[in-house]
Design a protein around this ligand. Structure first.
Ligand code: PFF
Length: 487
């Protein structure tokens, strides 16, 4: 079967940027940054970006391009018995897209509520009403009609975008990348010129160096970089494999990484400007104005919007349209990553695979549309990223660094690029990143043994966290053992 290919280099760069830039930049980055001390986190994020983010982006593009295959296929080509590692990446990506679509559903609902002005003057209340959030994960509450409707709409939109594979994606991304950038700039300008914004910006931009001694801040920074760059989910490996033979890798990795980080930084400016404004009107300090967590942008933004002097509904719709257009190309890249893996192995048609993935992910996310769903989302996100993602990236570094050979990969990547990577790349892949990641995983294990994440009951942490994390390598192994279909 002939591999799907991007029409042009621009299509590839935009699709990868589209995958990287998403809710991670505008929804996740601000609350993780807020919860980890603002400026201190920003500094750790920058370090993580250069020592792990960009080197791994080069590694994933190089691996996909060289092996001409999805994550499982690429690992299989490194060594047959390693195929399950690629499946692990894909499974983590699959779990992520299940809850990613839930956040998209919130965006749909907020967009509609902006027109009907349903959040009025109290967005916190609207958020609670929409999610029907209960007091804990074991209190599931009732199913939320609007959330499940939004989920359905999100999936329909995602499937339509990837109907014809790389060809449709290559066209859709012109819109899904460029529109949100334009809107984001409008919001940043608005956010930083609000009264009191400076307080928020100070919190964001002034590092508290003592915070850098907390491993937690570093763990959050590394996982945020991986999540944001779409590294460790098999997505960038698949996208690299769609790249025509004579393409540039290093240059593209730098462009994509820097655009992504730049967008997160901008997203932060807008959100912290808004927090400053919030603190100004409520008289509370910035670090205490709203509760940190996945609800942050759903509370801060509507608050600014409903306090704008004019055009509130328009700004509201635009903001949530921005979130949706940002999210959709990330969501479909996840589906593409899964689909590429399945197609490489079992030679099924693109459409069959996409629709099956969509249905399965929709079904699995149904419990998250209940009142208790947000608690589960929080737990799954935490374990998927802090354990699943970090372990996969660690495996990638070790397998390419030592088994395949970082020098061999470097030579390949350089042969495909205008700029060459040098010895620093081997050092980051073989030594620095693995040591840091091992240390961070160990610290997280210790922290979780001492106390459950976010004070959730141990049972919930076990089901939503440990169990899912343990299942991933097991299912990966089973998928590896299923017989492949030769072309
Ligand atoms: N990078 C996306 C974001 O920041 O929102 C999320 C994402 C997309 C994660 C694709 C993983 C992935 F494979």
């Amino acid at each position: 079967m002939l591999r799907d290919r991007w029409d042009s280099r621009t299509a590839f760069v935009l699709a990868s940027i589209g995958s990287a830039i998403g809710l991670g930049n505008v929804w996740r980055f601000p609350y993780v940054c807020y919860a980890n001390g603002g400026g201190a986190f920003l500094l750790a994020y920058l370090v993580a970006l250069f020592i792990a983010g960009i080197p791994l982006l080069i590694l994933e593009f190089g691996l996909g391009h060289k092996m001409n295959g999805s994550a499982p296929q690429s690992f299989f080509k490194v060594k047959k018995s390693y195929e399950w590692m690629g499946w692990m990446a894909i499974l983590v990506g699959f779990f992520i897209v299940c809850y990613y679509a839930i956040i998209m559903s919130y965006c749909f609902n907020y967009g509609i509520a902006a027109v009907t002005q349903a959040w009025g003057n109290n967005p916190q209340e609207y958020f609670d009403k929409l999610t029907g959030i209960t007091s804990g994960p074991f209190e599931m509450g009732s199913i939320r009609g609007p959330v499940i409707m939004g989920l359905l709409l999100s999936w329909i939109a995602i499937v339509l975008c990837i109907w014809k594979g790389a060809k449709t994606v290559g066209k859709v991304v012109y819109f899904t990348v460029l529109i949100p950038w334009f809107l984001l700039i409008v919001f940043v300008v608005r956010g930083v010129t609000l009264p009191g914004a400076i307080q928020g910006l100070n919190y964001y931009l002034t590092p508290d160096f003592s915070k850098l001694l907390e491993p937690q801040v570093w763990l959050a920074a590394f996982t945020q970089v991986f999540f944001s760059f779409s590294i460790g989910f098999g997505v960038m490996i698949a996208y690299g494999s769609f790249l025509p033979r004579d393409s540039d890798i290093v240059n593209n990795a730098f462009i994509i990484g820097l655009c992504d980080a730049g967008t997160a930084f901008l997203g932060g400016l807008a959100v912290f400007g808004a927090l400053g404004y919030h603190s100004f009107i409520t008289g509370k300090p910035v670090e205490a104005v709203v509760s940190a967590g996945p609800g942050l942008v759903f509370v801060t933004y509507p608050a600014i919007i409903s306090n704008l002097p004019f055009w509130q509904p328009l700004f509201g719709v635009l903001f949530f349209l921005m979130l949706l257009t940002l999210a959709i190309d990330s969501a479909f890249s996840l589906v593409e990553g899964v689909a590429a893996g399945v197609q490489d192995k079992w030679k099924l048609s693109h459409r069959t695979v996409n629709i099956s993935v969509a249905l399965l992910a929709f079904g699995l996310a149904i419990p998250l549309t209940f009142g208790g769903g947000l608690h589960w989302l929080d737990i799954v996100d935490r374990f998927m990223t802090q354990f699943g993602l970090i372990s996969i990236v660690l495996i990638e570094c070790l397998v390419i660094g030592y088994i395949y050979g970082s020098r061999k990969m470097k030579e390949y990547v350089n042969s495909q690029s205008e700029f060459s990577v040098r010895g620093w790349w081997d050092i980051f892949i073989k030594v620095v990143t693995p040591i840091v990641l091992l240390f961070l995983i160990a610290m997280e294990v210790i922290a979780r043994v001492k106390s459950s994440y976010g004070g959730y009951p141990r049972g919930a942490e076990f089901i939503g966290g440990w169990l899912v994390v343990i299942l991933i390598p097991v299912v990966g192994f089973i998928l590896m053992k299923i017989k492949r279909v030769e072309a």
